[in-house]
Design a binder for this molecule. Structure first.
Ligand code: ATP
Length: 239
């Protein structure tokens, strides 16, 4: 059902050790929607993305629901199996493995039709086909980002979490990256995106949330957010 909730986060408290970094985050992403998460460095965006993917367990109260299912206490494998996967900050490809083996690794939970899905990924990202047998560590930053996305897509997600995919990439490569994200979105993927390129993130997204010190401090449609001068000053400078 388009418009129904896909990802629901309620009063999520999480952090490192006993010290919370997220002080009660609530947000919602509807099925097929693209949502941007903005905020200055240290606001807690990566901590939120990692918590959503099961890498940190919530500290107290709060909940994470995906497609109506409670994932609050689930680990990363269960969350990937339920259809939500993180493309982590810094890409995190395995530099010593070939491009092909990096892609294959994304299918570790569903190996059945792995090779046909590898082929789909190579059609989606033709540059990876040219580099298929090279070590992933030799790829350019943009190619590594495509690889990280391809690896994530191999798990057949319906919700993709992207943490700073444009980080360190040249403008032309960033444009190509956002075109790929736009295509995923057009195919019906639900997206939650953190990116410093706030202008591009808002152009892709339907709605946005702004985080500050572990809290959501603003939210609205992308058009409203882009037109908000105070927000633009704080988060859209230069982009
Ligand atoms: P950035 O864009 O710089 O990554 P962010 O909004 O993603 O910022 P986080 O990386 O989530 O923010 O960091 C939020 C807070 O959590 C910061 O105060 C940071 O110092 C702290 N933090 C992050 N990682 C750890 C960790 N592994 N151990 C302890 N504290 C951490």
């Amino acid at each position: 059902v388009p418009g129904a909730e896909m990802l629901g986060v309620g009063e999520l408290v999480a952090g490192y050790g006993a010290e919370p970094v997220l002080h009660g985050i609530s947000l919602q992403v509807r099925r097929g929607e693209a949502v941007a998460l903005l905020g200055a460095n240290g606001a807690g965006k990566s901590t939120l993305m990692r918590s959503l993917s099961g890498l940190h367990r919530p500290l107290a109260g709060g909940g994470i629901h995906l497609d109506g299912e409670d994932l609050t206490q689930q680990g990363p494998e269960a969350i990937v199996a339920r259809g939500m996967v993180l493309v982590p900050e810094g890409r995190q490809v395995f530099p010593e493995l070939s491009v092909l083996d990096n892609i294959r690794l994304g299918a570790f939970l569903q190996p059945a039709d792995r090779e046909s899905r590898v082929e789909e990924m190579l059609q989606r990202f033709p540059r990876l086909r040219e580099r298929l047998h090279q070590r992933a560590g030799l790829l350019s930053g943009g190619e590594q980002q495509m690889l990280a996305i391809a690896r994530a897509l191999m798990s057949k997600p319906r919700t993709l979490l992207l943490d700073e995919p444009s980080l360190g990439l040249a403008p032309r490569v960033i444009a190509e990256l956002f075109a790929s994200l736009d295509r995923l979105r057009a195919e019906g993927m639900t997206l939650l995106l953190v990116d410093q390129m706030a202008g591009l993130a808002l152009a892709l997204a339907d709605r946005a949330y702004v985080m500050e010190s572990g809290r959501i401090v603003a939210q609205g449609s992308s058009a409203e957010m882009a037109a908000d001068e105070a927000l633009a000053k704080a988060y859209l400078g230069g982009h």
